[in-house]
Ligand binder design. Structure first.
Ligand code: NOJ
Length: 585
């Protein structure tokens, strides 16, 4: 199919793929092993030529996502917002940011995606709102001691109430001219809500219903372990015991998420449940899922959020933080699967997202595990090495049991853009670090679709044709990205895009709803495991290793024609004859 959006129409796809779409949507357990594609709307595709991605652009590109084979799309916040933190500063959950479109566009997008068998997951940011949110504006206007301020963390005093450090670096309290301080675990533009206040709880459950009523199949919960604070506001202990940290992983959070689970369970089609959605929108059948953004080192505390009456899944950041070596990766996989088993929740596998360094850049570094603290300008990388490893990592994660997340552009092997002009950088992490941390803009550069120079077809007109005279993209794209465009990669059967498409299709054919997993004996530098009728082998060492006995090579990240698996490569093998599969590499 074409990438211009006008060569394959929605009608063509519906004609050819209608049974597939219906089958997929009938599956209430879709979330246990879904492939979920993360769209950062500002940077995915622009449907009106203004250089900023929008919902019209996503609608035009839905056939691309259907071809990739994803089950669901998670949209980072698309709501009204000053964009002080890329939309994670929500001013109004019931309005779409005008740069991205309208509520009608969102409803149409959700419905179009469902028609292709693709579910929608929205992002909810319960820890904080924008300074422009009506509650915060009311709190500012009402003044110290007012009831309006009780929805947030306002405190009087000459000094900040605590020395907590912001997740973006720097202080967590900002003083107003009227003398009160307010708490913000992120930027000052993102005041923290007080979750002990009944309005805060009620409003968020209403927001969930607002979007579930519009047919969304899931909700990604931002900063899910931070909502509750110790009202005594103590300092952070040097070594907090479990549940003792004053602003992270507090036990009261579990009650909140049990409440949220009751909300989503009411949409599952169970007896007595609310069935479907508002009149005029398309229902998303099956379970509505909650996925938590939870950064916790303690795996038992982490999986406590995944008990059967709480969240369905949570992002597994441990794997992403590990360096590229078999020992670390094996340990992460083993620990993750063991921690999830007792609560019956599936694991998730995440190579990156809109907050972290792109995998091909990260895996080309000598320190190849991700860490926010280590991000610095000028850290060298070997992109050829990183790309080989990212290809292998794609096959490794796609073979593991659980849900798989793919961040837009990783399927194209896009590198982190590390030479953005300083005056183009927008991320508060960069500003708040005093310019030491390059921030997260480098993984948010607009996607290249077609052509040989910027903006690489990023902007289209209303008919889906490449825009004739588009505005510059909101972040500039590199001049050497022509080989990374979707169009270029569609012509190349060995491209990263081809590898991702093959892996997602084969994963569905061979592993759908198969949660089995068994390690196989291997060298120290090699990972080998069996999943149903598939064996996955990954060589992280620096020399080729013989492939284990097999009947077929189903898919490989590098050439295996001499019977060996090269360094930094992965292969999917069929150990026994399987009439439905054939070799691809
Ligand atoms: C996590 C989000 O992924 C990130 O982009 C955001 O800056 C913080 N939460 C604060 O909302």
């Amino acid at each position: 199919m074409g990438v211009g959006g006008n060569e394959t129409t929605m009608t063509d796809l519906l004609d050819t793929d209608a049974p597939r779409a219906t089958d997929r949507l009938a599956d209430p357990l879709w979330w246990r092993d879904a492939v979920i594609y993360e769209v950062y709307p500002r940077s995915f595709a622009d449907g009106n030529g203004d250089g900023t991605g929008d919902l019209a652009g996503v609608r035009q590109r839905l056939p691309y996502l259907a071809d990739l084979g994803v089950d669901a799309v998670w949209f980072t916040p698309w709501y009204a917002s000053p964009l002080a933190d890329g939309g994670y500063d929500v001013a109004d959950y019931r309005t779409i940011h005008p740069d991205f479109g309208t509520l009608e566009d969102a409803e149409a997008l959700i419905a179009d995606a469902l028609a292709l068998g693709i579910r929608t997951i929205v992002d909810v940011v319960p820890n904080h709102v924008s300074r422009e949110h009506e509650w915060f504006r009311a709190a500012l206007a009402a003044g110290p001691g007012s009831a309006e301020r009780e929805r947030f963390w306002f405190r009087p005093g000459d000094a900040a109430p605590t020395h907590w450090e912001s997740n973006f670096g720097g202080e967590t309290w900002t003083r107003l001219p009227d003398g009160d301080w307010y708490l913000h675990l992120f930027d000052a533009a993102q005041p923290d809500l007080n979750w002990a206040h009944p309005d805060v709880r009620r409003e968020h459950e209403e927001v969930l219903r607002f979007w579930l009523d519009r047919g969304v199949a899931g909700v990604r919960i931002d900063s899910a372990a931070l909502l509750v604070k110790d009202p005594a506001l103590p300092e952070v202990p040097a070594h907090p015991r479990p549940g003792e940290h004053p602003n992270t992983d507090r036990d009261e959070l579990h009650t909140i998420y049990r409440g949220w689970r009751s909300v989503t369970d009411a949409y599952t089609g169970a007896p007595g449940a609310v069935d479907g959605t508002r009149a005029g929108t398309t229902p998303a059948p099956g379970t509505r899922a909650l996925v938590g953004e939870i950064w916790l080192e303690d795996t038992d505390r982490f999986t406590a959020y995944l008990r059967p009456d709480e969240l369905h899944t949570a992002f597994n950041f441990d794997f992403m933080s590990r360096p590229w070596n078999a020992r670390d990766l094996r340990d992460s996989i083993t620990t993750t699967l063991a921690a999830h088993a007792p609560v019956g929740a599936p694991a998730t596998w995440v190579l990156s997202n809109h907050d972290v360094t792109r995998p091909v850049t990260r895996y080309g570094r000598s320190a190849s595990g991700f860490s926010f603290a280590a991000k610095r300008f000028g850290t060298p990388t070997d992109l050829a090495l990183g790309t080989r490893r990212a290809r292998a990592a794609a096959l490794l994660t796609a073979a593991l049991p659980g849900a798989l997340y793919v961040y837009q552009g990783d399927e194209l092997g896009l590198p982190e853009v590390e030479d953005l002009p300083l005056d183009a950088l927008q991320d508060p992490m960069h500003r708040r670090s005093g310019g030491v941390d390059p921030g997260r803009d480098g993984c948010r550069v607009p996607i290249p679709w077609v052509g040989t120079e910027p903006p690489y077809g990023f902007s289209s007109d209303a008919r889906g044709a490449v825009a004739a005279d588009p505005a510059p993209t909101w972040l500039p794209q590199p001049a050497d990205w022509a080989p990374y465009t979707v169009a270029a990669q569609e012509r190349d059967p060995r491209s990263m895009l081809a590898l991702y498409r093959d892996a997602i299709r084969l994963r569905r054919e061979l592993l759908h709803h198969d949660e089995s997993f068994a390690w196989l004996p291997s060298d120290d530098d090699v990972l080998a495991f069996r999943r149903g009728t598939l064996v996955c082998v990954v060589n992280t060492g620096d020399r080729p290793v013989p492939l284990p006995d097999h009947h077929d090579v189903l898919l490989a990240s590098a050439d295996t024609s001499d019977g060996t698996l090269p360094s930094d490569a992965a292969a999917w093998l069929a150990p026994e004859p399987n009439p439905t599969t054939q070799q691809r590499n």
